[in-house]
Ligand binder design. Structure first.
Ligand SMILES: [Cu+2]
Length: 187
């Protein structure tokens, strides 16, 4: 038994025969951990920081993580807005949703959707938000013709008072803007 084990171990350690090199390749080295390409300090109407949005870029789209607290419990619309300016208390300075072509607002609108549209986020009973969402409608710097978040006038992540119904114009009845964060390139 012991001998058999030694033989097996020797076979395992032997170099693979030339013809089997493809199959015997060592596993690919682990990919480096993805690094954020942009982030935003999320602020409420009084200018207080309530959380962060962090964006990673992958093939064909962006992954955004939002972590926030102190948000009224329930569903809220959240979008990429066209200007990187968050002047409280109404955050009108962030402009409209990022848009490409003549699409209408709403992920569920047959004539939609705007590039800045996103699914709603949810704040739990304690006002805590944890969200991860993928968008294949925008890019960081204009990849594949998708509108760039970090274009000349920047962009902002805006959370609204109410949920976005994903079809009415212009914001899916998502109401006022309660949180805004200017997206900045990750250092
Ligand atoms: Cu919005």
């Amino acid at each position: 038994m012991f001998e058999a084990f030694l033989i097996a171990a020797a076979l395992a350690a032997a170099p693979a025969p030339a013809g089997a090199q493809g199959a015997a390749k060592p596993a690919a080295a682990a990919e480096p951990a993805p690094k954020p390409v942009a982030s935003a300090d999320l602020k409420d109407a009084s200018g207080a920081s309530v959380g962060t949005a962090t964006i990673f870029e992958g093939p064909g789209g962006l992954l955004m993580r939002i972590e926030a607290s102190g948000i009224p419990s329930g569903w809220h619309g959240v979008h990429f807005h066209e200007k990187g300016v968050c002047t409280g208390p109404d955050f009108a300075s962030a402009g409209a949703h990022i848009k490409a072509g003549d699409h209408l607002h709403g992920l569920l609108n047959p004539k939609g959707h705007e590039a800045g549209d996103l699914p709603n986020l949810f704040a739990d009973g304690g006002g805590r938000v944890e969200m991860a969402v993928w968008s294949n409608s925008v890019s960081i710097k204009g990849a594949e013709g998708r509108p760039a978040l970090l274009d000349a006038d920047g962009s902002a992540v805006v959370i609204h008072a109410n949920p976005d119904d994903q079809h009415n114009q212009p914001t899916g009845n998502s109401g006022g803007r309660i949180v805004c964060g200017v997206l900045k390139a990750a250092g």
